[in-house]
Design a protein around this ligand. Sequence first.
Ligand code: PLP
Length: 395
Amino acid sequence: MSFQNPVFIPGPTNIPENLRKACDMPTIDHRSPLFGSILHPALDGVRQILKTTKAEVFIFPASGTGGWETAITNTLSAGDTILVARNGMFSHRWIDLCERHGLNVQIVETNWGDGISAEKYAEILSKDKALKIKAVLATHNETATGVKSDIASIGRAVKSVNHPALFMVDGVSSIGSMDFQFDNWGVDVAVTGSQKGFMLPAGLAILGFSERAMAATKSGTLHRTFFDVHDMQAGYANNAYPYTPAVGLMNGLNEACKMLLDEGLDNVFARHTRIASGVRAAVSAWGLELCATAPEFYSDTVSAIRTPAGFNATDIVTHAAETYGVAFGVGLGEVAGKVFRIGHLGSLTDVMALSGIATAEMCMVDLGLDIELGSGVAAAQEVYRAGPAIENRKV
Ligand code: PLP
């Protein structure tokens, strides 16, 4: 018999049993009303999670990276200028994708550990009198550094200077676990995937397009075939895809949306805040620091934890996997070897989080770090004991 520990990588996340079952279904005709009875509720569910009444939702058989490509290729043309901050490995990869598509990328270099500066975006946009900048990109939650950016403020900054640039947001490691308000924040394109807040296996790129983004698809000339939103929209009207959809995953997505909405989005976000607060209490009890440089940047879905100078943080991840069968995330890019990451998003309870904290603690002690066994667990326990009474918890 093999026992499966929860994972603490920041996606793919733990898959609840009901979602695993929902993905495991017999073949159906994917060009039929039966498929429509999965597709349309899934689209509606995503719309509710994104908090939008107006956006067009698209679900591609792809991952978050395919979502980035969908956002760019449907709305922009080669040579267009875009504005984007680089503050971690994922914003870096989105930039790389844009450059490979021939976009002129204006990069706001940002310390890996800081959030995106809305003021800097506003300043650059206000100087762009020729309106060269066609899109502003922001990563809501930099998974590599555990840094959250204030998307509401960035949205307001774009509006405050009356600039017509489209506002595109990567919500891959936030949507479904942290609050995301597509309509209120003035987002034009939101990108996510199935394997994080939606608690499913990887395999779906999930997007929202505003009316303005849909209008931009008429003028954007970058090449797209697989990711063409108009082909997709035409398919939806006939309960079909322009090609073969990942039906089981979409059935799972439908269930995942129901699960999140049944728990109540505010409860989902509060649960993530509480779990993250416990992890942060443990980090501080260990005498360690987060990569995120200030509380306003602390992510509720992933904590990147700095280890002492001279210590290779990746050793913790390797040791946890080899000795305890537990998965944490390694540091990426600039912070490789300097941080290890505890993912705390998706299907997770306080008690599951305690097992991850306890494992990290054992690994650090095994590897000779000056940490007291039980110190982080005790600090997190105090946070979790103060959480809502068990009968009010709908996890
Ligand atoms: N954006 C962020 C913030 C991510 O964390 C990830 C993956 O972890 C991606 C984009 C890329 O998504 P995918 O690996 O699903 O292509």
